[in-house]
Each structure stands twice: as C-alpha cells, then as structure tokens.
Design a binder for this molecule. Sequence first.
Ligand code: GLN
Length: 297
Amino acid sequence: MPTINDLLIATRRRLEDADDLEAGLEAEVLVMHVLGIARTQLYTHRGDVAEAAAVAALDAAVARRVTGEPLAYVTGQREFYALDFLVDKRVLIPRPETELLVDEALAWLRGHFGQRLAIADVGTGSGAIAVSIARNYPGGAVYAIDASPSALEVAATNAERLGVAGRVMLLEGDLLRPLQAPVDLIIANLPYVREDQMPLWCGATQVELAFEPFDALCGGPDGLDAIRRLLQQAPASLREGGAVMLEIGADQGEAVTQLALQAFPEGRVRLKKDLAGLDRMIIAEARPPSRRFVPPH
Ligand code: GLN
C-alpha cells in the first residue's frame, strides 16, 4: 500500500497533468481532506501507510478536480473571514474579496455603538456574509435572504455549525421583499456578471465558474439586473440613517453610483477598492452626514 508521501506525489502529478497551476498545494489539501488530518500531521506522518478506503476516496476526489470542479466543492468547504463554511454546488463559493464587505459592514455597525441594529444579507448563498457578521457583531439581528431554497439549506447548516443559528433569520424570497420591517444595514453580493461574459467563464482559466449556480453569477445584459432592483427596493426597506453595501464588478463603479444616487438622491455614495486595486464595493448611506441631527450644546 502507498504511503502518504506516495499519495502526495501521485496526486500532484495527476493535477499537474491536468494543468492545475496550484497542483502542489491542492494535492496537499485533497490528501488532508480524505485522511481527515491537519497540515502538521501531513508532514509528521509522511511515511505512514494509507488505508485502501482513503486511497479510493482520494482517487475519486482527484477525478472530480481534474474535470475542473472547484476544489471547494470537492472538499465541501471553504474558509471565509477565518470561519470554515460548508459549500456545495447549491451555492456560490465565497471569494476572498467579499471579506471587504464584511470589514466595511462591521466598521459601520461598530460606529453605531450601543444600538441594536438589524442587518439584511440579500442573496446570502452559503451564508458567508450573514454568519461572519453575526459572529463578529453579537448585538445585531441578521436576516439572511435568498430566492433559492436549496441555498438557504446550506446557509442554515453554516449558521448552525458556526453557532449563530439563533441570531441569523433565514428568509426565502425575492431580494428585500421577505423583510417584515425595515433594517439598518443592507448588504449584498448579488449576481453581477454580464450575460455576454458568462460563456467566457467557460474558457481555459474560468472553467470552474461553470460549476457554480448560474443565478448566483449572471446579472443580465449589463450585469446590473439584481443590483438595480435591489436599489429600487432599498429606500422602503431602510431605517433612517441606514446604509446599503454592495459588491460590484470592477467596471461597474460609475453605473452603480448613478443607480445608488437615483435611489438616495440626498445620500452619500462611496466606492471602495479591493486589495487588487479594483472597484469592488459601493456604500450608499441614505442621508449625508451633514443632515444628521446634531444635539445642541
Ligand atoms: N466575483 C465573482 C466572480 O468573478 C462574481 C460574483 C458575483 O457575481 N457576485 O467570479
């Protein structure tokens, strides 16, 4: 029987043959996954002989990966905001750049010290945003909304596993419609890929996206169908002084700024760049700070 080291070498070779650019790293992840061990054990047990069941499980996992299935679907998990989320083909795989939304949301929420704010994560998918906020902002109530019942099943599992099921309320429906009452913060990573760009995702480097839910990625002819409708619905669903935070495509900053200003003509709208220096999110605050109440001294 092969040792763990043999498995690592063979797996790496199979992934390299399939043009996997991160074959070494991914081989380690897949071996750790089938053996159920952490990285330190991988190094200290290299000489151990692997059981037949693990060898078979690894073979099946590698077979899935070499067809282009994303690593996160093969292992069934992806880390986001230092939390371990379960993911499968029912939901979009959380992206590192979306952590920027969580950072901004938490900064905004902490700026409202002492208030018990309500947050809506629209198009929650795996629940990555909603659960990360609930974990890091214990004072708030988080509504996690999705039109897909099967996505909500995944979000429910993640909220449960990560200990926030009591504070993340799952709602099924179209954008903000399922909300019973206005909230203070609306946050969303909606589908924003342009329709005509979707086939491109099936090209050499983007084949993985073909495995993800189409409806979580494709935002119609200009990519803005869902964002446009959300911004139309937002004023009626936002409490006074509230804010909307949306992930956007790198070339959508100008268009979404205009949409946000239409929804909130008196509002303050800001674009934020991700670590790659690309426009990645928009923050629309319903009212400019100058119009906030200033107590007399
Ligand atoms: N950033 C994602 C991608 O390019 C798109 C996510 C989305 O449409 N919300 O794969």
